[in-house]
Write a new protein. Structure first.
Lengths: 421, 410
């Protein structure tokens, strides 16, 4: 009888059930999409923040001081220590290798240029542009094009295996160089593939493939420093603690958290005779911006959950209020309060589960759409969330119906049947 | 059944004789709200919540950009002034820059040269205004700022400035890597003073603290600009500027700076400017998507609640029609009711929404979100549209039905 009541209610009142179900579906859709966006926004914004530049730098341990003003390096070229280029793939071999989004080695070399018989001194920087590095079974492409995204080239980027160079825009203006011209540099005639604009010191420099810079310096395999771009967790009080003073288990936890310091430590361990450090301008502020945006989206998600809970409650209350006559009839036929309430709750449960399922799917789709259109990347939703979302849908639906069901059950059947309430 | 019956009919007729026609409408509106308090209150509640959420979201959407921009100014300079072809800037450049900024940003001058440590090693020395640098480059991890040291000394009364100012040395901020080169390791900080020479003149520097940034600053020595100029005669060649505002405002400031200091080249720090624009754009887009979803949900919530309320009163509607009310009057009545509900709900919701936005601003950004009254007409109009829609829809359905059918309860 109970099952038949519920079944017939769904069969005969399709319009009302569809309306209530639609409200629940919509509420769950919004809730699911917002939860998915909120859990993923940190990672997404973190990737966007990487456009500000590398947040870690690896330098030789025994290096002498940098003597550099406005991008002009005054340090004798052979002075100081170098890193070995052959060690660089080890960067993608550390514990947090998947958090490393890219790295770019730098090797500044002072060079003399000749143009129309005039000599001019400048700095040539050797680096990777978009170098393919093979790591066992997978390939990884890295270089300034991914770590220094604000670098703009008019013309073409040089190939990493070529002998083409980029000329900074201010230097090019002084020399009268254009893309496609020849440039005589350190006794070699090189082709200028493009003009580089960065808004920084590189505008006065020549940028070349690393191998060419090593050849000019006469030190194969030498790298002065490596910029590393890594996804990090905002530094907190625990992250700032000195790892040397930690005991085993706590150190383990610190080491296995992607704090900038922890990744720097691992980089220093991976590359022999090196010292890695966070670039505070980037690393520190990143944490602040990230925390703010995550906090904002979290609060807004709360608002979204609240709004959808309210919408579901309102729809349920209206749906039950409309069925007073039915309650009156049931009670007149001798149904107890409990029996009437059970019918309504069973219907609410079915609606919530059904609406929750559809809503979860629609919400995942919506989150995917948001991810594609805003971040050009996937926002995927964890299947683990499904039971949680369903449970929330059921609880909200029950809570929204409870007041209306109590009133409906408490009615005098006579008034209800006469329609006077 | 909702007509007042407490007055004797004659009194009623007399009292209504001179009252304009509209007061009946008003009375109907008031009685409808009073007699069905519960349902009216729940409809109003839904309206208030929706308006509050919409207000808060719109307020945040407008304000969050400014808030996040402030966070991005912690990245330091977004504009840089450099003397053309490496020349020094004129002495009054900083004053010009300050007058252009007029409080909308911070400017800090930098003067650089290569000096030699006592063992002949070259080292970059910078002359800066410590107070300005401290505000501009907040990521510098500094053990103690030199500007604090003299005041401390004066307080302790140890300073005999006139006698041995030269011996005492000039306070300096030493990069962590430079520290290892210039100062012997085994002594306490205050004894680690050292000499720097530049073109024959010597400067005695007393380390006040160390600076660590992970970048070029670690290899440098910072002294106050006054000491720097007195020692070397070199004027600042760079002024770093953190200008507040949106891209257009920053571009305008750059234009004004270029005019105010013609001897300098004014450049944006692209790295910072572009990263900021990207992150802000994405955040704003996410916020917009979230706001659209939330406002849509709460509008639908209002719609369903209100439609239920109006549908519930089909008997009132039928009685009015049976008593001879015209279609226009009925439409007017329900429309006026909806409009009143929408306006009241929007006003209360607006106030609550401003409160929510301010609270989020305080909790998340530690700054107040200023109430935007430009949001009010939008919220008001939106509320009216939603409430009118939810009143008109059921009425247009009921209009086709004979009053007798409704009154018989079918």
């Amino acid at each position: 009888m109970f099952v038949r009541l519920v079944y017939e209610s769904f069969r005969r009142q399709k319009r009302r059930k569809v309306l209530a179900g639609a409200a629940i579906t919509l509420g769950v859709t919004v809730a699911t999409a917002m939860i998915a966006v909120a859990t993923d926004i940190g990672d997404k914004i973190n990737r966007e923040l990487r456009t500000i530049g590398a947040n870690l730098v690896v330098t030789p341990q025994e290096d002498s001081l940098d003597v550099e003003i406005g991008g002009v390096n005054l340090k004798p070229p052979s002075d100081g220590a170098f890193l070995n280029e052959a060690d660089l793939p080890k960067i993608k071999d550390i514990f947090w290798r998947n958090n490393i989004t890219g790295f770019a080695p730098m090797l500044p070399v002072p060079v003399a240029m000749e143009r129309d018989g005039k000599r001019q001194d400048a700095t040539l920087v050797g680096t990777y542009f978009a170098k393919r590095i093979s790591l066992g079974n997978e390939d990884f492409t890295t270089g300034v094009r991914s770590t220094h995204t604000w670098w703009k080239v008019s013309g073409a980027w040089p190939d990493d295996n070529s002998r083409d160079v980029l000329v900074g825009e201010r230097l090019a203006a002084r020399l009268g160089e254009k893309a496609g011209d020849q440039l005589v540099l350190a006794g070699r005639a090189l082709r200028v593939s493009g003009i580089l604009s960065t808004g920084g010191a590189e505008d006065d420099q020549v940028v070349a493939p690393l191998a060419l810079a090593q050849e000019i310096l006469g030190r194969p395999g030498a790298v002065r420093r490596v910029y590393v771009s890594a996804l990090t967790k905002p530094e907190d009080a625990f992250g700032r603690r000195n790892p040397k003073s930690m005991s085993g288990a706590i150190y383990e936890r610190w080491y296995c958290t992607p704090y900038p310091q922890a990744i720097a430590l691992q980089l220093g361990e991976a590359i022999p005779h090196s010292h890695a450090e966070q670039i505070r301008q980037v690393a520190q502020n990143e944490g602040a911006v990230l925390t703010r945006i995550e906090g904002l989206i979290f609060l807004i998600t709360l608002a979204a959950l609240f709004a959808s809970a309210l919408a579901v409650s309102a729809a349920m209350a209206t749906a039950i209020f409309e069925r007073r006559a039915e309650v009156g009839l049931l009670k007149a036929l001798g149904a107890g309060k409990l029996a009437v309430a059970a019918v309504f709750f069973a219907e609410a449960l079915l609606l919530a589960l059904f609406g929750g399922l559809i809503g979860f799917g629609a919400g995942a789709l919506l989150a995917h759409q948001i991810g594609q259109s805003i971040f050009n990347s996937q926002i995927s939703i964890q299947p683990v969330l499904l039971p949680v979302i369903l449970a929330i849908a059921v609880i909200v639906t029950f809570a929204g119906s409870a007041a209306a069901i109590r009133r409906a059950v408490g009615m005098d059947p006579v008034f209800a049947l006469r329609g006077e309430l | 059944m909702s007509a007042p019956i407490s007055h004797p009919a004659q009194d009623l007729a007399a009292s209504r004789a001179h009252v304009p026609h509209t007061s009946m409408l008003l009375r109907m509106l008031v009685r409808a709200a009073v007699l069905r308090r519960g349902r009216a209150a729940s409809a109003l509640f839904a309206m208030v919540v929706a308006a509050a959420v919409a207000t808060a979201m719109l307020n945040l959407y407008v304000d969050v950009q400014a808030k996040l921009r402030r966070e991005f100014r912690n990245y330091g300079a977004n504009v840089i002034l450099v003397g053309r072809d490496g020349a020094s800037l004129p002495a009054d450049a900083l004053a010009h820059v300050d007058s252009v900024l007029a409080g909308h940003g911070i400017a800090a001058p930098f003067a650089l040269l290569v000096a030699r440590a006592s063992d002949g090693q070259p080292i970059v020395v910078a002359g800066v205004d410590f107070e300005r640098v401290r505000q501009l480059d907040r990521w510098w991890s500094v053990s103690a700022w030199p500007s604090e040291v003299p005041t401390l000394r004066q307080a302790q009364g140890k300073l005999a400035r006139a006698e041995n100012a030269r011996e005492m040395g000039h306070p300096g901020l030493i990069g962590v890597r430079a520290m290892a080169v210039v100062a012997p390791k085994n002594q306490a900080m205050k004894d680690q003073s050292f000499d720097l020479s530049f073109q024959g003149s010597t400067l005695h520097v007393e380390p006040a603290g160390t600076v660590q940034t992970g970048a070029a600053e670690d290899s440098r020595i910072y002294i106050s600009l006054v000491d720097f100029v007195a020692w070397s005669g070199v004027q600042p060649s760079t002024i770093e500027v953190a200008a507040n505002g949106d891209p257009e405002e920053v571009a305008a400031i750059m234009n004004q700076l270029a005019q105010a200091v013609p001897a300098a080249e004014v450049r944006p720090v692209r790295q910072i400017v572009e990263g900021e624009a990207r992150v802000l754009g994405k955040t704003r887009a996410t916020l917009l998507a979230a706001a659209a979803l939330i406002i849509l949900t709460s509008a639908l919530c209002v719609l369903s609640t209100l439609m239920g309320w109006v549908f519930d009163r089909r008997r009132d509607f039928a009685i009015m029609k049976a008593l001879g009310a015209s279609g226009r009057l009925l439409n007017g009545f329900f429309a006026a009711e909806a409009a009143a509900l929408g306006a009241t709900g929007a006003l209360i919701g607006f106030l609550i929404g401003i409160g929510i936005a301010a609270w989020i601003g305080r909790v998340n950004f530690h700054a107040s979100v200023a109430p935007r009254f430009s949001v009010l007409p939008v919220v008001l109009a939106g509320s009216m549209v939603v409430t009118l829609l939810s009143a008109i829809l059921p009425i247009s359905l009921l209009r086709r039905v004979q009053p007798a059918v409704i009154l018989r309860g079918e």
